[in-house]
Ligand binder design. Structure first.
Ligand SMILES: Cc1cc2nc3c(=O)[nH]c(=O)nc-3n(C[C@H](O)[C@H](O)[C@H](O)COP(=O)(O)OP(=O)(O)OC[C@H]3O[C@@H](n4cnc5c(N)ncnc54)[C@H](O)[C@@H]3O)c2cc1C
Length: 317
């Protein structure tokens, strides 16, 4: 049976979203899933991971793994790969994995499929889709499952795996493999950025763009989101104008979102915006311009001034 090793990444005592998305992607492959988690005081996290369908979780718990020394982590994951011989090693396309996975691929002299949207297994082949040019072009890549393959999966393409309390798995203590010549960096401290909202989790987003007009007028977006029970999102133009903080931004330099409903108000639909919201289940555009590019992907459109349309909408809630 094909064996997949998932590198489990966490922050502030929780597995991060992209790791949970990787676990959903791997679950759909019908493979044996094992995992590795590296850090300090991570008993609960390792146990939690067994509730996500991982049969064996290798726990590397050591004070030297407090914070991230990527070279220590890499050397230890290398040792687990040598011991377990997986066909595929998967991680989220995070900064952590982007440092670790190419190093591992180079050490094993095997293939890496970096920043892919989806992953499939077909007989003895692995197939991955990598988007290019803000998803204008998709590259299909194939690898040999009889060899080792490294894969990093982009955020926002799979739902996060849900825990299943009835699942059981084994937690195995694995000794860290530390080489003092790897000690090139020292962890100093970890600081949480102040985030006012997590728009990636919202089911309904009311998103405002330059067409809203001014910072004062942007309150209409907050009022509409509140009335509809959603959160506020924005285009970069609205963020750059200082109408709303950056954690509301959707797109290439903002967040990738896939809510049930995305209402784009006064947003033209530049490609850098679309890449962050095009997977929303229902897209509603409110725009004065019936030729705005956002209409090409919108399921519904209201052609008109958002300052007239949105109050009409909330009147009926
Ligand atoms: C490297 C790079 C990265 C970028 N990353 C991002 C990103 O992550 N996210 C992002 O959003 N952008 C990003 N951009 C910017 C992007 O290219 C666009 O400039 C930006 O998305 C435009 O924002 P907008 O749609 O709000 O404004 P505009 O393009 O100016 O569109 C305003 C829209 O409002 C409509 N409108 C005007 N008045 C009204 C009204 N009263 N009622 C209804 N509609 C009205 C207009 O018809 C128009 O369609 C990036 C650009 C670069 C170069």
């Amino acid at each position: 049976m094909t064996k997949v090793l998932v590198v489990l990444e966490f922050a502030y005592g929780k597995l991060i979203g992209v790791t949970k998305e990787c676990l959903t992607a791997v679950k759909g492959l019908g493979v044996e899933t094992i995992g590795v988690i590296l850090g300090h005081n991570i008993d609960e996290l390792a146990l939690e991971a067994t509730k996500y369908g991982i049969s064996k979780v290798f726990k590397v718990d050591d004070p030297q793994f407090e914070g991230v020394n990527i070279l220590f982590h890499t050397r230890t994951v290398e040792a687990i790969i040598k011991q377990e011989n997986p066909n595929i090693v998967v991680a989220g396309a995070s900064l952590y994995a982007q440092e670790m996975m190419p190093r591992l691929a180079a050490r094993f002299n095997d293939a890496i499929f970096a920043s892919v949207k989806s992953l499939k297994i077909d007989a003895d082949k692995i197939e991955a889709i990598h988007p290019l040019f803000e998803e204008k072009l998709f590259v299909k890549m194939e690898g040999d499952l009889n060899k080792l393959n490294f894969v990093t999966i982009l955020r926002g393409n799979n739902p996060e795996v849900e825990p299943d309390a009835s699942l059981t798995g084994e937690v195995i203590n694995f000794s860290p493999v530390v080489d003092t010549k790897d000690q090139r960096e020292h962890f100093i401290e970890e600081k949480m950025a102040k985030v006012s909202v997590d728009i990636t989790k919202a089911k309904l987003l009311v998103s405002g763009g330059r067409g809203v007009g001014t910072k004062e007028k942007f309150s209409i977006i907050f009022d509409t989101a509140k009335a509809l029970g959603g959160e506020v999102a924005a285009s970069r133009a609205a963020v750059d104008a200082g109408w709303v903080p950056h954690d509301h931004e959707v797109g290439q330099t903002g967040s990738t979102v896939n809510p049930d409903i995305y209402i784009a108000c006064g947003i033209s639909g530049a490609i850098q915006h679309l890449v962050g919201m095009r997977n929303s289940k229902t897209i509603i555009a409110v725009n004065t311009d019936e030729e705005a590019p956002i209409l090409e992907i919108a399921h519904f459109a209201i052609i008109g001034d958002l300052h007239a349309v949105l109050p009409e909408l909330t009147k009926h809630v």
